[in-house]
Design a protein around this ligand. Structure first.
Ligand code: SF4
Ligand code: SF4
Ligand code: SF4
Length: 250
């Protein structure tokens, strides 16, 4: 790959999984029509899902998953020491994601019910930025592959990336979707960061906020509209809490 006759440097990247489903990692190697170009623009030196190569000589580290165990904290600190750029990949890494739902439960009781005597050590789920400094967050459950590709190209050319400031509604209306509010469903599109091209409302179900809050989410006005449409506060709060992106804003 060349641009204006210049061959860019291929950054050495590593991908690490913590507590998550590995769906975001899978997105990195998804999309057959672009995967060759994508993987050709970087030097993959540590990525368990696709390669047996293991090296710690990386420059860019992608972190997938929330942090829920003591040993994960040590590992994360070691990665931070090595990485020039550390990227939280996906809602679990950015916010704690669905893992954070467990924080509302009594761990001791849950451990007994699920594992009996085989007790498992677990900490409250946290986002990566709650443990170490993060240079960039790519939200989404899973992340949007075209967006990851754009971000990696910005990294390759050393140009800052701007996330969309508009909410999901913007991309939803661009596709002439009938608003699901009109169909009696709740949707977090008005308060959620755009960039995913609104697959959920376009598919007929409301947005669940996996990308976290938009730049200026107008939560107060959103709650007012949801109240007028007679959605209960319990239902609204459950929706806003699902991916943890609105943690601390409720
Ligand atoms: S953000 Fe979603 S897809 Fe990505 S690891 Fe977490 S649960 Fe899986
Ligand atoms: S369906 Fe959701 S995202 Fe689409 S316009 Fe309505 S509120 Fe916005
Ligand atoms: S529409 Fe909402 S829940 Fe669906 S991918 Fe986009 S941000 Fe996530």
């Amino acid at each position: 790959m060349k641009y204006l006759g210049i061959k860019p440097k291929r950054p050495k990247i590593a991908v690490f999984d913590f507590t998550g489903c590995e769906g975001c990692e899978l997105q990195l190697v998804n999309k057959e029509e672009t995967v060759i170009d994508f993987l050709g623009s970087v030097d993959v030196i540590n990525f368990r899902e696709i390669s047996s190569t293991i090296s710690n000589d990386f420059e860019v580290a992608f972190i997938e998953g929330a942090i829920t165990r003591d040993d994960e904290i040590n590992r994360l600190n070691e990665i931070r020491e090595q990485a020039k750029v550390l990227i939280a990949l996906g809602s679990c890494a950015c916010f704690g994601g669905v893992n954070r739902l467990k924080n509302a439960y009594d761990f001791k009781k849950a451990n007994q019910e699920v594992y009996g005597k085989q007790h498992k050590e677990t900490l409250p789920a946290r986002a990566v930025k709650e443990i170490i400094a993060v240079d960039l967050q790519i939200p989404g459950c899973p992340v949007d592959k075209p967006e990851v590709e754009r971000i990696v190209q910005h990294l390759v050319w050393d140009v800052p990336y701007q996330f969309p400031a508009y909410p999901v509604c913007f991309e939803c209306k661009q596709q002439y979707t009938t608003c699901v509010f009109e169909l009696g469903q709740l949707c977090l599109g008005p308060v959620t960061q755009g960039g995913c091209r609104a697959p959920c409302p376009v598919g007929g179900s409301g947005c669940w906020g996996c990308r976290g809050p938009a730049a200026d989410p107008h939560l107060k006005e959103f709650l007012q509209i949801a109240d007028e449409r007679e959605f209960s506060r319990k239902e609204i709060n459950e929706r806003l809490s699902f991916y943890s992106g609105f943690e601390g804003m409720l």
